[in-house]
Design a protein around this ligand. Structure first.
Ligand code: SF4
Ligand code: SF4
Length: 97
């Protein structure tokens, strides 16, 4: 699954720098989460970091993007590969070796 931001967002900006996948950005009216980049923080943290800091608790699961944990892990590994400089070895967990 990915998470999403509801219209209760008050544009406080604290979640955006916490996202390890650069999945959060300012949208036309409120902050938005790119579902293609959100792993629910799988691969980085035990808990979704954006939820940990959101003062108004407006970051639920996106019901349109249901993914099992294995899919989130694969998404994380793909994001790491895309970020790593060409030729960088990637270990079994997806991190740079
Ligand atoms: S759950 Fe993690 S990866 Fe997803 S938007 Fe929040 S901070 Fe980013
Ligand atoms: S932390 Fe919550 S209220 Fe603040 S910008 Fe992010 S989603 Fe909006």
């Amino acid at each position: 699954m990915a998470l999403m931001i509801t219209d209760e967002c008050i544009n406080c900006d604290v979640c955006e720098p916490e996202c390890p996948n650069d999945a959060i950005s300012q949208g036309p009216e409120i902050y938005v989460i790119d579902a293609a980049r959100c792993t629910e923080c799988v691969g980085h943290f035990d808990k979704p970091q954006c939820r940990e800091v959101c003062p108004v608790d407006c970051i639920p699961v996106n019901p349109d993007v249901i993914e099992p944990r294995e899919a989130l892990q694969r998404k994380y590994e793909a994001l790491i590969r895309a970020k790593a400089p060409a030729g960088t070895p990637v270990d079994a967990k997806g991190g740079a070796a």
